[in-house]
Each structure stands twice: as C-alpha cells, then as structure tokens.
Design a protein around this ligand. Structure first.
Ligand SMILES: [Mg+2]
Ligand SMILES: [Zn+2]
Length: 181
C-alpha cells in the first residue's frame, strides 16, 4: 500500500482541549471516538503526522520532555492497537518569538517533510483553529475544521472561507476522508 499522509492538530482534535495546558498524562483525555479514528486511519494505510503548538514550553510551564512524556502516553495507547504515529512536531515558541513553526506558519510541516523525506502537499489536515486552517492552506494541504475544541468559535471566525469542510469531530472527519479516497 502506497503511504498516504494526514496531518492532525492535537489539542481539541485528538484530545479534549482543556482551554488550559495539558500538563500531565492524567489531563490527557481522548476526544469522543478520536482513538477509534486514529486506529481507522492506521488500518487504512494513513501515516499520521501531528503538528501541535505548545507555547507552554517556552512560557516555562512545562519542559519539552514533559510534553514528550504526555505524547508518548497516548502514542503508546494507539500503538497497542497496532497503529504507529509517524511524527509529532511540536512548536515550543511564544507568539513574540516570531518563529517559523508556530501555526499558522508551516515550519512544523516542513520539519516532518525533511525528517521523513516525504511531501505533505495535498494531504488532509484536520484542526480546530483557524490557525490550523491557514497553515494547511499555506502549505497546500486540504483543511478540515472540526467542531470539537475551539471549533465552534473557529466557525464564527472563518470569515470568507465559506466552503470550508466542517465535521463534528475527528471520527466524522476520518469517515469523510475514507469515503473521498
Ligand atoms: Mg487545537
Ligand atoms: Zn515555533
């Protein structure tokens, strides 16, 4: 099976956005049916790239290792069902640092592309914020906005993006993607 790639935001897509920072594995709760959605993607030959802004690192609230520990926690749960997460790309920067990777900038996608020698152009990118949508469009990915996390607020903010694909949650987005392919 030729690999297909998909980009996912983490907070508000994979896990419940606390509207605060996920600082410990006990704060990490899968969004409704998102675990099943990740498994379904894996079973259908999708390689999963996660692109997540975590300015809490450079705000000094948690270490990079702390974020890694939380990611390893859920990645291990997904791996138990035989699905490997290919890459988790983390931006630790605050807005003021003006980095190249904080979404809507596309550095996280470029990092994954360079690391794995792949292209993420024309891949689906599922996110709950307009910054995800803008990142997807800037990089040539196909954005899908979910209503979980900040999604309902983002629908208000979407402005002129009238024909943006909007789904209830990651699981519904994945069903849509698998039907499209
Ligand atoms: Mg999010
Ligand atoms: Zn950054």
């Amino acid at each position: 099976m030729k690999p297909k790639y998909i980009v996912l935001d983490r907070d508000g897509v994979i896990n419940v956005d606390l509207f605060d920072y996920v600082m410990d594995t006990k704060d990490f709760k899968f969004e409704e049916d998102s675990y099943e959605a990740l498994i379904e993607l894996g079973k259908n030959g999708y390689e999963i790239i996660v692109a997540t802004n975590q300015k809490c690192i450079n705000l000094g609230l948690i270490s990079f290792e702390g974020i890694e520990k939380i990611n390893n926690y859920w990645i291990d749960l997904v791996a138990k069902a035989g699905v490997k997460i290919k890459s988790v790309e983390v931006c630790p920067h605050r807005d003021e640092e003006n980095c190249d990777c904080r979404k809507p900038k596309t550095g996280l996608l470029k990092n994954a592309e360079n690391k794995h020698k792949i292209s993420l152009k024309n891949c689906f990118f599922v996110g709950d914020k307009i910054s995800d949508i803008e990142c997807a469009l800037a990089h040539g990915c196909i954005p899908i906005l979910v209503k979980t996390g900040y999604g309902l607020r983002s629908i208000q903010e979407r402005g002129s993006r009238e024909n943006l694909t909007i789904k209830k949650n990651l699981n519904e987005a994945v069903k849509f993607i698998l039907n499209e392919a």
